[in-house]
Write a protein that binds this ligand. Structure first.
Ligand SMILES: C[S@@+](CC[C@H](N)C(=O)[O-])C[C@H]1O[C@@H](n2cnc3c(N)ncnc32)[C@H](O)[C@@H]1O
Length: 255
């Protein structure tokens, strides 16, 4: 059943002509609630409750060893409780404050993963999207704005894609990250990717299509796709024109 729904989404997606109308909803007047984790750190872009069950639908019992190279606060580890088979999950996250929130996440870089070739059956991840969360403003107390810098409470570490706006540096970074991901994934292994487009200066930025093309170019095949309606942050510039859904895409390593 899910396959039918996913195929509908995918057939639109495959032509890279997904022109879903932008939301006309006015921005909410209420500031977004900033949830604090652990000893009091926020994060602006964790896997939402709506995304995780869709991710699980795209995994199979053969996917026992799972990595998230952009692990954030470590939501990937909760997948273990949602599947019906035994699974181990490992997270890599650049920022210690976020990595420390889960014992199975280590501090490290997605560009230099501390694992042997072919160590994982699957990678489940959500990279940064190159959207306004990459802004590096100095927030005042009580600011309703959200960004990686603002939520972490300090300048991001060197090499954090959370400071990269959609553009050539963002794309170079992710080409390198996907090659490193491929290295640690066994042949035939699966990459489940949560990604989203955004609006910049009134134009939709086709971030999801770019990741798809980049992954196919290095030896992945797109095997499944789902569109998920999510409650996105609605404040700041373009808040009335945010793309209202995210994609969850499944790729298999085919070479
Ligand atoms: C979209 S968030 C992922 C959130 C995660 N899915 C969760 O549920 O918490 C992307 C994360 O990638 C991290 N990141 C960015 N560049 C990185 C790098 N070079 N190596 C490892 N992590 C990095 C950011 O710090 C951020 O926490």
């Amino acid at each position: 059943m899910i396959w039918t729904n996913l195929r509908t989404s995918f057939s639109k997606f495959a032509g890279l002509t997904d022109l879903e109308p932008m939301s006309k909803k006015p921005p909410t007047k209420k500031p977004p609630t900033k949830k604090l984790y652990g000893s009091g750190v926020a994060h602006p872009a964790v896997f939402s409750e709506a995304i995780l069950p869709v991710v699980v639908q795209l995994l199979r019992p053969e996917h026992k060893r799972v990595l998230d190279p952009f692990a954030g606060i470590g939501r990937v580890h909760s997948i273990r409780e949602l599947v019906e088979w035994e699974m181990t999950t490992v997270g890599i996250e650049l920022e210690p404050e976020w990595a420390d929130l889960h014992p199975d996440t280590r501090v490290g870089s997605a560009l230099d993963l501390p694992f042997e070739d072919g160590s994982f059956d699957a990678v489940v991840t959500s990279p940064t999207y190159g959207n306004r969360l990459a802004d590096s403003h100095v927030a005042k107390d009580g600011s309703v704005r959200r960004s990686y810098t603002h939520d972490l409470g300090r300048t991001l570490s060197e090499g954090n894609s959370g400071s990269m706006q959609w553009g050539s540096a963002y794309r170079d970074f992710h080409r390198a990250a996907w090659l490193e991901t491929k290295r640690v994934l066994r042949p035939g292994g699966r990459l489940v990717l949560n990604i989203s487009d955004h609006i910049r200066r009134g134009k939709r930025q086709y971030v999801s299509s770019w990741h798809t093309t980049a992954l196919i170019a290095i030896g992945f095949e797109l095997v499944d796709a789902a569109r998920v309606e999510t409650t996105r942050l609605r404040s700041g510039a373009n808040s009335s024109a945010r793309t209202p859904s995210e994609m969850v895409l499944a790729f298999d390593r085919v070479d």
